[in-house]
Design a protein around this ligand. Sequence first.
Ligand code: 4NP
Length: 153
Amino acid sequence: MIMTRILMVCLGNICRSPLAHGILESKLPSDKFEVDSAGTANYHIGKSPDHRSIAIAKAKGLDISNQKCRQFELSDFDNFDIIYVMDQSNYDNVVKLARDAEDIAKVKLILQDAQTSTGHEVPDPYWGNTQDFEDVFTLLDDACEKISYNLNR
Ligand code: 4NP
């Protein structure tokens, strides 16, 4: 069985990438796809997702409360086929660690093909309010819908 492995990456791995992880996982068959998430920073290693991300996910029928924060590591370039980052700064942080062109080619902005009010970035909601988390959920749900459609074709 060939598995496609997809990694969602943000800065803290407590707000955006846990949502992207839970949303995409819910849209793909688990026998063919593995989804995970990580943060480029080490601030919150071992922690659960932010309570506001857990809450918005729950309101939309997804349980992400069992996820645990981990830091992005070099072996992720070997263990994943696609690495989706949330914003340009995540992109720069991940690409800085790349060893070769093959590593770099795996890294994509999750909104790369979307033209949204926030450009190609999923804004960091950490210092924001409930509405910001709602908006992030909507952006990620749309993006993951397109990604899952394209992967399943
Ligand atoms: P995330 O949000 O990258 O979407 O998980 C953040 C979470 C924590 C911090 C920054 C962004 N922080 O500075 O602790």
